[in-house]
Ligand binder design. Structure first.
Ligand code: IPE
Ligand code: IPE
Ligand code: MG
Length: 254
């Protein structure tokens, strides 16, 4: 949250956040088990990362598993966990070779130790890469993120390290998962639903929201380009008037 989102109305989003939805319906249409949809979803995710690198997007945050997805049938949850482990093992070197830095956001304490180890190793291996910062949200919830930050503040307050006046939008933002990164400029949700589903609640305050009926495994370059073109056509006002934005007005309220 240290840097505000693209206030210069740049044509290419610096930070894209994606709710990759529709794997189950993609599989159902083909009379396949939902897990086949998740496998096809991994291919679409690999494509998204490669395309983001190619297009020059600097930050990509993807929703892979929400804190509410534990409520799915146990066999689906366990096959998703197995898919995370195998995907991590198979992809980390390729990501590293592309200059991608991978980070995970969410509460990883609930994962099996082999997955926690894989996550830590992937973060370590790619830690010095700078071409694209890929944030993978697993066991993530926007409310969890905010509660976590508030708890940290409460502890600091009790320990006398801060005062109430030290709690503000900047400092709270700096205690959230995506601290130090610009807020997402463009949010994409596939699968036809028009909701946030507890993804980055704080960080999407001024994000442009793009919804498409395409199911996640079908999300290809043409679909990505459509979202990017739509983004480029938006006028981001951040509370100002359109005329102020057109004249390059730079005064800030805060
Ligand atoms: C998104 O696809 C992937 C995860 C939530 C892990 P879904 O599995 O939600 O697919 P639909 O919405 O049932 O089609
Ligand atoms: C959102 O999709 C979470 C992920 C894509 C990981 P869901 O399929 O879980 O969302 P809802 O339940 O339809 O809102
Ligand atoms: Mg879904």
């Amino acid at each position: 949250m240290a840097t505000p989102a693209n206030e210069n109305n740049a044509l290419l989003p610096q930070h894209v956040a994606v709710v990759m939805d529709g794997n189950g319906r993609w599989a159902k249409k083909r009379l396949l088990p939902r897990t086949a949809g998740h496998k096809a979803g991994v291919d679409a995710t690999r494509r998204l990362v490669e395309l983001s690198v190619k297009k020059g997007v600097r930050y990509l945050t993807i929703f892979a598993f929400s804190s509410e997805n534990w409520n799915r049938p146990a066999h689906e949850v366990s096959s998703l966990m197995a898919l995370f482990v195998s995907t991590l093992n198979a992809e980390v070197d390729k990501l590293d070779a592309q200059g991608v830095r991978i980070r995970f956001i969410g509460d990883r304490s609930r994962f099996a130790s082999n997955l926690q180890d894989g996550i830590a190793a992937a973060e370590r291996t790619t830690a010095t890469n700078t071409r694209l910062c890929l944030n993978v949200a697993v066991n993530y919830g926007g409310r969890w993120d905010i509660v976590n930050a508030v708890r940290e503040f409460a502890n600091r307050l009790i320990d006398g390290l801060i005062e109430v006046a030290d709690i503000n939008e900047q400092s709270l933002g700096d205690a959230l998962s995506l601290a130090g990164m610009p807020d997402p400029d463009l949010f994409i949700r596939t699968g036809g639903e028009q909701r946030i589903s507890n993804f980055l609640l704080w960080q999407v305050a001024y994000t442009e929201l793009f919804f498409t009926d395409a199911l996640w495994p079908d999300f290809d370059e043409a679909a990505y380009d459509q979202a990017l073109r739509w983004y480029a056509s938006r006028q981001r006002r951040f509370g100002k008037t359109g005329e102020q934005v057109e004249s390059g007005h730079v005064a800030r309220v805060r």
